[in-house]
Design a protein around this ligand. Structure first.
Ligand SMILES: Cc1cc2nc3c(=O)[nH]c(=O)nc-3n(C[C@H](O)[C@H](O)[C@H](O)COP(=O)(O)O)c2cc1C
Ligand code: SF4
Ligand code: SF4
Length: 270
């Protein structure tokens, strides 16, 4: 039975939904699949599992025209593969990918991992404000039909790509031209990662100190002290801001009380 390992990162649940759809689709094609949240995965302990997998999948959101920083770091920390290892990338996003896949390809190819297939899933924009104040893009995405398409992609396209790669191994991601505007925007997550604290503000009069935002934070750096405070290494994912039921937590870039509440944050099964 062919084996796949899927590694995902998700702050507000869209990429987790996508990763679960891929698992379901591969199960339908009789693959053995293991699903790993990179937040709880020590890549060094996975070396043997990576070696026996027929393909490794990476599922993640795009933040400021790049794969989310935790996923870029995870990919950079992969041990070199002794034999050429097929991988795939799946990005959940609002439609602006820029050079995200190309960057990952350049990180991973020298370690002997070959990206053989990619796809994207359009989702509501978890970064609700910067593009157009007060407007949530792609409302209602992902919907059932989008996830069904992704399941079909896993059932049909991934096994085909693995087969094709056996016959003629070739990376599937091509070169994307440099765009100075998006390159500038992409410095934003680097700045926050390098320790410039992402400016999180809490309205104490609204906050009940329930801890929902703290549990949502993928970095573990948001702490109740006694109100939520982001303490360095914030990756600017908006997980805390979008998950607070009382809209008590905010940042400079959030406009009014517009929040993203995707299916995962609403606990909806699609
Ligand atoms: C800080 C931030 C930056 C974002 N930047 C982009 C972007 O550059 N391009 C894009 O298409 N979507 C962008 N998005 C939208 C997310 O990629 C999208 O909502 C994604 O599905 C969130 O995934 P998650 O729920 O797994 O965390 C951004 C979201 C956030 C919070
Ligand atoms: S989720 Fe909202 S109310 Fe709860 S601790 Fe965080 S900011 Fe306060
Ligand atoms: S503090 Fe908020 S925005 Fe920063 S990483 Fe944690 S959840 Fe994401």
């Amino acid at each position: 039975m062919p084996k796949a390992q899927i590694h995902y990162f998700s702050a507000t649940g869209n990429s987790r939904l996508a990763a679960e759809a891929i698992v379901e689709g591969l199960h339908k094609a009789d693959w053995l699949v293991s699903l790993k949240d990179i937040r709880n995965t020590n890549i060094k302990e996975e070396t043997e599992n990576l070696a026996v997998s027929d393909i490794i999948g990476f599922v993640f959101p795009i933040y400021a025209f790049r794969a989310a920083i935790p996923m870029e770091q995870h990919i950079l920390s992969l041990p070199p593969s002794p034999t050429p290892k097929p991988v795939f990338f799946i990005a959940t996003y609002a439609g602006y990918l820029d050079r995200s896949f190309m960057r990952l390809r350049d990180f991973i190819l020298p370690k002997n991992y070959i990206p053989i297939i990619t796809t994207t899933l359009v989702c509501e924009d978890a970064w609700t404000v910067v593009r157009f104040p007060g407007w949530i893009y792609d409302k209602g995405r992902p919907c059932k039909a989008d996830l069904e398409k992704l399941r079909d992609f896993a059932t049909n396209e991934i096994p085909k790509a693995v087969q094709k790669n056996r016959e003629s191994p070739e990376p599937a991601i091509s070169w994307v031209p440099f765009n100075p505007i998006t390159a500038l925007a992409a410095t934003f997550p680097i700045a926050v990662h390098k320790g410039t604290q992402f400016p999180i503000f809490v309205k104490k009069s609204l906050c009940t100190r329930c801890g929902i935002c703290v549990r949502q934070c993928p970095t573990g750096r948001l702490k109740l002290t006694p109100y939520p405070t982001a303490n360095g290494n914030c990756v600017g994912c908006y997980g805390c801001i979008n998950s607070c039921p009382l809209d008590a937590i905010n940042t400079w870039f959030t406009y009014g009380n517009v929040r993203f509440r995707g299916p995962a944050l609403r606990n909806e099964k699609l």
